[in-house]
Design a protein around this ligand. Structure first.
Ligand code: SIN
Length: 364
């Protein structure tokens, strides 16, 4: 018989039990007709969004200037037949773009589909393929908007699929292996790249070119892979103060902009951002969140006149920004790009001053 994917089998089984499980609202489902459903293996769904892992260049030595998000999820899956040794896999194409083009609408659609999938008893884990440039933002977003013990694993690649020694196939195999592993439950959203497992909450892209780019220098890795098997350093744990936002019925999020701090920064950029629609600002401040005196005047002004929500973060790769004690909020351990996502979710949920203060300064 033509072989059927696990979701079809799962749906048939549920219909037989009299409780049909609705198919998720997907743009495109990719079904491998040539692979048997293996009832002894877990079921993992791969949601694809584009990026270098789906990138294509004109020659095998080209590792910059290629088209990110060129190949479909079916091609990514077909390139790694070993996937079928660790799980039944199903691919869902959510988007196919370079990650700088990921929008709040794509993120909302993605997380809603992932939540529905995780709610299904037939899904044991989820993998999301994504460009590495903004992976830390999307994975943080998903981490804050998913409620499930099941593993959610973001994966990308630093070399396009057409490159010699492309890293995408092994990264994808490790990500699916992790998503299928019961030991990976209860650890929040994770990131897999270059044999490392890290946590989406703290991890950042540290190098524009190298394979070993994802790091949480202070908080460290959760584990690594040996012979494509995950090995954890710690028992499951979640970051302190991690909030949850239910966005299952959310269709858009407010504009929040990041301003970069430097000597003689232009103070008027803050009011220009607010005039162009920003409801919140994140300041990538100098040192532990420092801004200039003329810059602070404009910030205070936009807060008072427009009720703009402002978070002081830092342009340094690591560190803690304490509560300001005056206006604005200290961003704690969050880097500017993660603080921006948190601010969008909080403003989208209707948070006001006192709630924002508690959210960002929970450990003060
Ligand atoms: C992107 O982020 O889409 C391009 C770069 C990458 O995936 O490494």
């Amino acid at each position: 018989m033509g072989l059927i994917n696990f979701f079809a089998l799962a749906s048939l089984a549920s219909i037989a039990l009299g409780s049909p499980v609705p198919l998720p609202d997907t743009f495109r489902l990719v079904v491998r007709e040539d692979r048997p459903y293996n009832a002894s293996l877990p079921n993992v769904t791969i949601f694809a969004t584009g990026g270098t892992i789906a990138g294509s260049a004109s020659s095998s030595d080209q590792t910059t200037g290629y088209q990110a998000g060129a190949l479909g999820v079916d091609i990514l899956i077909a390139a790694v037949p070993q996937l079928w040794n660790v799980s039944n896999v199903r691919g869902v194409q959510v988007a196919n773009v370079g990650s700088p083009s990921i929008t709040p609408e794509i993120l909302l659609n993605l997380t809603q589909q992932v939540q529905k999938e995780l709610d299904s008893p037939y899904c044991q884990g989820v993998v999301i393929t994504h460009g590495t440039d903004t992976l830390e933002e999307s994975s943080f977003f998903v981490d804050l908007t998913i409620r499930s013990e099941k593993p959610v694993v973001f994966v990308g690649a630093m070399r396009p699929a057409t490159a010699i020694s492309a890293d995408g196939p092994i990264n994808l195999l490790e990500a699916v292996t992790l998503a299928a592993d019961p030991d990976a439950r209860g650890r929040g959203t994770m990131i897999v790249l270059n044999d490392r497992i890290s946590n989406a909450y703290y991890t950042t892209k540290s190098n524009a070119n190298s394979l070993d780019t994802f790091r949480a220098v202070e908080q460290g890795f959760l584990g690594f892979f040996i012979n494509i098997k995950p090995k954890f350093y710690f028992a499951p744990a979640l970051p302190l103060g991690k909030p949850y936002f239910d966005v299952m019925n959310t269709t858009c999020l407010p504009q929040v902009d990041i301003l970069f701090g430097h000597q003689v920064l232009n103070p008027t950029l803050a009011s220009a951002a607010v005039e162009s629609g920003a409801k919140g600002l994140v300041l990538a401040g100098m040192g532990a969140g420092g801004w200039t005196t003329p810059g602070d005047k404009v910030i205070q002004d936009v807060i008072e006149k427009h009720n703009t929500a402002v978070v002081y973060s830092r342009r340094s790769m690591d560190g803690y920004v304490a509560p300001t004690g005056t206006f604005g909020y200290g961003g704690g351990f969050l880097n500017p790009q993660k603080a921006r996502i948190l601010m969008q979710l909080a403003l989208g949920a209707g948070y006001e001053n006192a709630q924002l203060k508690t959210l960002f300064e929970f450990d003060a």
